[in-house]
Design a binder for this molecule. Structure first.
Ligand code: GTP
Ligand code: MG
Length: 195
């Protein structure tokens, strides 16, 4: 997709702030610092529209990005980082995330991002199961592909699939926000959920 418009519409903390124009939404999910915001930036060719940081816990709200007046990318806070975990717990407990994922009827797909270097964590498994429970289509992205040698890619991808106990019809794609590798494949997958 050629992105000629990309802008933040709202940083929301509750349902009444969500946009209501019924465009399809693609949300991100994944551990803090795994590269969710970087994934959005790379796909839309913007360096720092979605704010990124080398420190976990950068994204703290549900950020809706209008893409081409066609659909929204929804960037979300990460999970699983000790220092922000109390805040995270409040967000889940206070329902900010659960409210979005469980109630949002325009949510077409969630992109669950994992780090290809590491075995998915228990939190990743819980997130995957949570999405399956709500019957939300999920695309797993194994990112930071630039950080492992080519001959390890296959083994690491298989470990992602087996650790998450992924359904056979769910896709996993590898990606790097550093080198753009995988970007075209990701866009052709996402295209099916935007129309
Ligand atoms: P939170 O908002 O805190 O949940 O983090 P996030 O998942 O949005 O991560 P973010 O995009 O802010 O990236 C975290 C760090 O990882 C930054 O330093 C990025 O530059 C780096 N990063 C993200 N993707 C890649 C990648 O594909 N390769 C490499 N080498 N670094 C990456
Ligand atoms: Mg972020």
């Amino acid at each position: 997709m050629k992105v000629n418009k990309a802008e933040i519409v709202i940083s929301a903390v509750s349902e009444k702030q969500y946009p209501n124009d019924k465009w399809p939404e693609i949300a991100l999910a994944g551990r803090s610092n795994v590269g969710k915001s970087s994934f959005i930036n790379k796909l839309i060719n913007r360096k720092n529209l979605a704010r990124t940081s080398s420190k976990p816990g950068k994204t703290q709200t549900l950020n809706f990005y209008n893409i081409n007046d066609l659909f929204y990318f929804v960037d979300v806070p990460g999970y699983g980082y000790a220092k922000v975990s109390k805040k995270e717990r409040e967000k889940w407990g206070g329902n900010m995330m659960e409210e979005y994922f469980s109630l949002r009827d325009t949510l077409r797909l969630t992109v669950l991002i994992v780090d290809i270097r590491h075995q998915p964590t228990e939190d990743d498994r819980l997130m995957y199961d949570f999405l399956k429970h709500y019957e939300i289509p999920v695309l797993v992205i194994a990112t930071k592909l630039d950080k492992i040698p080519k001959n390890k890619r296959d083994t690491h991808l298989k470990r992602v699939i087996s650790t998450l106990e992924m359904d056979e019809d769910d896709a996993v794609l590898s990606f790097s926000a550093e080198t753009s590798e995988g970007k075209e494949e990701v866009w052709s997958y996402l295209d099916n959920f935007i129309k």
